[in-house]
Design a protein. Sequence first.
Length: 107
Amino acid sequence: MYQALLVTFLLVAVGLVALIILQRKDTDVGASFGVGVSSTLFGSSGSGNFMTRITAVLATLFFVLSLLLGNLSSNHSQNDSQWNTLNQIQQTNRAPIAESASNDIPQ
């Protein structure tokens, strides 16, 4: 699940950057694509509403996914540290048994 969210986060981030780069203040998005009449590319109202809404949706997804991934990664690191602590406890408990077994062998 974490990897799927991470890939989705990456795609949303790339899409958000692309949309922000396409939105220029001096020209419409149609001029970016090389279309002569830029106001008819996304309808008679121009590209402002369409691009603004898509950017807002992607920005919201970006923030929600970043919060989810941050929460999941903090829980993941806590679980890893607990697992490492458990392994260390098991290794320290095994070490005296191995030493005592080797000391019991007559030489």
